[in-house]
Design a protein around this ligand. Sequence first.
Ligand code: ADP
Ligand code: MG
Length: 575
Amino acid sequence: MRRLPRSTLLAGALLFGAFSIAAWTIDRALEKRILAQARSEVALQLGLYASTISVMLDRRLERVSAVAAFVESMTSIDDIDRRFPMFAERMMHGGAGIRSIELQRSGIIDWVYPAMRAPEVLHGDARRIFGPAVAEQIAATLKTDRTTVAGPIPNWLGGLGIVARRAIRSRVAGAPDLVSVVVHLDSLLLAASTDARIENLTLVVLDRAGRVVSPLDGTPPADAIRAEVEVPDGKWEVMGAPRDGWAAAVATSLVPLRVAIAMIVLLMSAVAFGVLSGRSRLEAAVHDRTRELNTANRELQSEIEERAKAEERLRAQEEQLLQSQKVATIGAMAGSVAHDFNNFLTAIIGFGSEAHERASELEVSPSSEGARQIRADLDEVLRAAEYASALTQQLLAFSRRGVVQTTPCDVGRITTEAAPLLRRLLGPLVQLETRVTEQPVFVYADREQLVQVLLNLAVNARDAMPDGGRLSIAIEECVTNERPAGDTEAAPGPYVRIVVSDTGSGMTPEVLSRVFEPFFTTKSVGKGTGLGLATVVGIVRRAHGFIEVASELGQGTEFRVHLPLFSTPIASATS
Ligand code: ADP
Ligand code: MG
């Protein structure tokens, strides 16, 4: 697995951070919404609770009218005594929170239900027992046909009570004139909360004076929801808040959401990271591909260069082929001309020599002066013919008409043997130096042709040193590692090198570039044929060698003839 670049990791971390911030913002907003939702839910519950309280309270207090009607329907005190407990029992039943029902006459409580609670109040004066405020209420109630409600007030049986009172208009003598129904507030509030299915809220009920009347925890939480409770004589208030606080209430819905958000953030980060690392893998792939392309491009480039070189070589070869074809054509033509010309020359020289003989015989006669003149003329004719003959020989050599006999020959020995001939040719003004290897160095060539190479080079050197100089011929062994420039036939390998250098006039670059051309000469007619070096090149080529030349005007010239070293000469062929 490829290691991810630092930039990809950084981008991934940044994205994760950005997602986290977004998630946090979403979480904040959600929390607000959920809190608001929870509050409105609590408000609904409280509303329900408040109306349950008022309905329950109303229903219980209303029973005071039922009791009053019941008593009014009785025709005797006996009836009242007998039937009141049963009726009161029915009234209390199914009305949780009614603590007691009392009947009194002129303030004296003569009937109480349940009776077991009676001893302390039975036959007592309510105005005395409950104090002046109650006495006042009783007096006021007796004057009206309406129900009056008092409380909450501490009940003599404990807790807070609400008391509904109503006057009884009975015609029975000694019948009660007032009924009181006492509602136990604690029980009622509890029953209301059960009815309203309120379980998880802290509730506080305040009466119209703002006093806490609920039996439960008396401190309303600061962030509680409030609702009004309608009661017969005004408005109470109920306050509520989640028992474990709002945070806990919100948590139940918020926690799963938070988990979901966290998972989404992780998922998005993972996806983003996947995309990023994919992109970086893509970049790496592109990079690799680019490198491959560059390599391919370089290879292509070098191939193109290689091809250009090959084409250049081919072109050089073609040029050389053309050149050698031209040379061969010229050679063939020159050869055939020279052959015929040689035959004529044979005749000319033959007849010329005969005429010369005859003229010698005539010299004793009186007219010898004319004969001597004829002999002198014939001398000239013969000299010209000799020259022409030499020229044709050269032409024949150039056109390879001569008989060639290739054998392994020791170049050192040939040079040493040719030295006297060369000295005669060079004349007294030119000094000849030869330097040959101790060991024989063999090449596979025609001996006569090798001598001709030396002769041609020596004659040229002599012509370049009319005022004398030095010609040195050195034989060396050498190895060429590369193909000689412009030469396609000579292969790299061991060679025998014949270095022919003179101290003559040298050549201009123009002359130097054309020296090997057939018939190129800088010499006057009768002196140069322009075939010397062309012949040398022909011989050297045929022996699979090559030739180099270096020349500087006024300094001298050096020809370096290379012939492949023949390493295993046949002993008998060395002579
Ligand atoms: P030729 O000797 O008949 O002129 P070659 O082919 O032998 O023909 O030589 C061609 C020409 O090369 C000569 O005319 C001469 O200008 C020049 N040349 C050859 N060898 C030498 C040399 N050693 N020094 C100066 N010039 C030379
Ligand atoms: Mg020459």
